[in-house]
Ligand binder design. Sequence first.
Ligand code: PLP
Length: 372
Amino acid sequence: MKDSCVWAEIDLSALERNFKFIKRQISPGVKILGVVKSDAYGHGLLPISRRLLKLGVDYLGVGNVEEAILLREDLNSKIPILILGNILPQQAGSIAKYDLTQALCNMEIANCLNREAKRRKKTIKIHLKVDTGMGRVGIWHEDALKFIRNLKKLNFLKLEGVFTHLSCADTDRSFTDLQIRLFRKLLKKLKDEKFQIKFQHAANSAGLIGFKNSHFNLVRPGLLIYGACPKDKFIKRFDLKPVLNLKAKVIFVKRVPPGRSISYGRSYTTTENTKIATLPFGYAHGYPRSLSNKAKVLIKGKRFPIVGRVCMDQTMVDIGREMPVRIGEEAVLIGRQGKELIRVEELARLAETIPYELLCSIGSGVNRFYKS
Ligand SMILES: *Cc1c(COP(=O)(O)O)cnc(C)c1O
């Protein structure tokens, strides 16, 4: 960390706090599937998963087979791992080999999985993915019952779960309620036909905090675990602790008289004597160019504006005339310094995107350091 100019500090005690917060939101019988896809939203798949395991997470959710295998090989645990994304037929063997659970929504893959399970004398657990209004992968809710009846013939598959995904639990109450109603209707039919399915689930982070009736007996939080909130309105109410802190060291400072333009495109011109500090980060580190002339950074516990365009790996900050700032001074782009806090939600709003996108793009390109 000492030698890095730009780095991310991943605070695992914050992760613990957020996990405990989630526990308080759900009823005692409800289990938690921690979503760690996309390298744990840029926080690092393995360290995050190891900590979640220690905290007693019941299930882990990944995006693809590769992530699932990494987890299975590293964790030394039988924790169930659900692959949320679809797979190709040729990946069915890995599902069997590594004892993974597959989200399923087509018969061709079901047949492949069944064949692979039979070959290895195992059963493969599957969760049926039902589309109640996401309009992405998943089998339409009105076709799900028939599909499940057909699955019965595949003796080496165990239908362990049935789930749906909410498309707008952060923005549209009535559509979300409709999705939940459609899902319930299916569950009722399954019950009438005496299907016994261990897990029913629907809630992502927004569902978890906004719709108690979406919890069923398993919830699938992602963003909340990382201390960000899918809905700005809830940030104050819930006191989630950001896990990722993005920091950089000042690499250059100079005095600038009035009337000088700063950075590419001359989008900013100084109006008085000031000092401009350069920080060695930019869009190559996942800090969006759209934050040019909008975002603030923290130096010595105060907020200072980014001026001019964010470059590939350099960004300028107006620190005012008086501040004694040296090369090597620590600046915070996301996270806390003194009493001030810059949340990823704030940057997402300014960049006109969502915290998910920022976290994923920042995480991968920047050295990460973990503190517990
Ligand atoms: C990514 C994902 C989640 C987690 O969503 P958050 O909004 O981050 O809580 C839950 N379920 C599925 C199916 C997902 O793909």
